[in-house]
Design a protein. Structure first.
Length: 497
């Protein structure tokens, strides 16, 4: 018998352990016990969910090692023993200490896995007398990106006061005032940073006088190490809390290369290569999302879902000059966009049989699990041959536009919903529905259902980027125009009957 085989080598690397600690550096009253909570820490390389509730389960293999040191003149000195009865191996450290300044260290480890330990330290100042206690919610990431398109990815700090202090405020006994300050850490030295936190137009959405501090996309600088301090006055003594935050740097150093740079739509097999990209070691691996723009800043057309390989081969439908693009993303989602010029000459004249064959290839791609390829073929067909394909419908029981919508629905249903797949689906629907004159009632209904499903997926899965929103709005506009045209035609026919 005749057979063939193939092999592929995979390099699977573990992501760092995510050590997430609530609290932050703070000033507290020595008269009361306090907690340091690391219960939200986890290993991103395993997925432990309860089958019925869907809640994240604790990973029993994670080890929490706590340490305590006295601090003198801002420097952690000799190691101290924890007070008797303190549990030093759990996710939450509960203790009470005499007045003084202390460094509390936590090392998160997972033995016998080869994953490096993660360590962090926070400083606690314990004073004599009463003082409100500020607690920072645990940061959700080890690094944050300076820009984002979905609100769920924004940089925000959330704090709360202890229950007793809030009860005093509710009773009218005290009135607390909040003030945030920003610093940047350079070579281990904390320096004041000229960031106007009161600017709610360009820097924050909250200002500097509220318990929480939320930033606007682009206000912070990538690869910077910030320190944000909160002072609360109005109580017996001022309360203080601070948290350090690392901003992520997007991938750098590479470029995008097209071979050839000149070709014919639907004929030339272009190859895109994203070469020379790098990032910090703990930001790897990199991923690549390829796309196309008709001109710089135009609507971004997704060519393929984000992938590990920096190479993509494809054909294009656009019969004009434009730019091939690549979005290079690191493990934390920071991305850099690169472009290279690409000239795509108008496609050749195709017969009805040729165009129907392209439709059949899109259907086959869905059956083979290549939903991204199927949507790309649909988009090319609709962009280049929408009206010509519709003219071939005389001998078909199902209009080509309805058939393309059916293939689009199957392609979306067979793929995992991601930001990239939703962007590509939205672009495909925009291309299919772009001509209101070709839409019959069934096409309008099917298109509306698919657009609504995409919007719903985005609403429950982190939102939609601007390119997806633009495509959805454009496609919906085409459907609405078609609805108005049909209603007007019906009214005209009724009036002139």
């Amino acid at each position: 018998s005749v057979f063939s085989d193939a092999q592929v080598a995979l390099d699977v690397r573990a992501q760092p352990l995510q050590l997430l600690m609530s609290g932050g550096d703070r000033r507290l009253s020595a008269a009361e016990p306090f907690d340091v909570d690391a219960s939200r820490s986890y290993d991103p390389n395993v997925c432990l969910f309860h089958a019925q509730t869907g809640k994240l389960l604790e990973d029993a293999a994670l080890l929490f090692g706590w340490g305590l040191r006295a601090v003198a003149n801002g420097v952690a000195a000799e190691a101290l023993a924890f007070p008797a009865g303190t549990t030093t191996t759990g996710r939450v450290l509960q203790l009470q200490l005499p007045p003084g300044t202390y460094a509390i260290t936590l090392t998160l480890s997972k033995p016998s896995t080869g994953i490096a330990d993660s360590t962090t330290t926070l400083f606690v100042e314990l004073i004599v007398g009463a003082c409100p206690s500020i607690v920072f919610e645990a940061l959700t990431e080890l690094k944050f990106n300076p820009t984002w398109s979905a609100s769920t990815a924004r940089v925000a700090l959330q704090t709360s006061l202890d229950a007793a202090s809030l009860a005093l405020q509710a009773a009218g006994a005290v009135s607390y005032a909040y003030e945030w300050k920003a610093y940047v850490r350079v070579a281990g030295v904390t320096l004041p940073f000229g960031l106007d936190l009161a600017d709610t137009g360009a820097v924050t959405t909250t200002g500097l006088s509220k318990p929480n501090l939320a930033f606007r996309s682009g206000a912070l600088t990538g690869d910077a190490f910030y320190r944000f301090e909160l002072t609360v006055t109005g109580g017996p003594q001022p309360a203080f809390g601070a948290v350090d935050m690392q901003l992520n740097r997007a991938p750098w150093g590479g470029g995008l290369f097209a071979s050839p740079a000149l070709g014919i739509a639907l004929v030339t097999a272009f190859e895109l290569r994203a070469l020379g990209w790098t990032d910090d070691a703990d930001d790897l691996p990199l991923r690549y999302g390829f796309g196309f723009e008709r001109f710089t800043g135009a609507v971004y057309i997704t060519l393929a879902d984000v992938q590990a390989l920096p190479v993509l081969g494809m054909t294009l439908a656009e019969g004009a000059s434009g730019f091939a693009c690549v979005r290079v993303l690191d493990a934390y989602g920071a991305e850099t966009l690169a472009r290279t010029p690409l000239v795509v000459s108008p496609p050749p004249v195709l017969s009805c049989d040729d165009m129907v064959q392209l439709l059949e290839e899109a259907e086959l791609a869905v059956l083979l699990g290549a939903s991204s390829s199927a949507k790309r073929r649909l988009q090319m067909l609709a962009d280049s041959f929408g009206r010509q394909l519709a003219a071939c419908d005389t001998n078909s029981s199902l209009p080509s536009l309805n058939r393309m919508l059916a293939i689009s629905a199957s392609a979306s249903a067979s793929a995992v919903s991601t930001e990239t797949s939703r962007r590509q689906s939205a672009g495909t629907l925009d291309a299919i529905l772009q001509d209101p004159d070709l839409q019959n009632g069934a096409a309008q209904a099917d298109g509306s259902v698919q657009l609504a499903a995409l919007a719903q997926e985005a609403a429950v899965d982190g939102g939609a980027d601007q390119a997806t929103v633009d495509a959805l709005v454009s496609a919906l506009g085409s459907v609405l125009v078609a609805n108005v045209s049909r209603a007007t035609a019906v009214q005209y026919d009724a009036t002139n009957a």
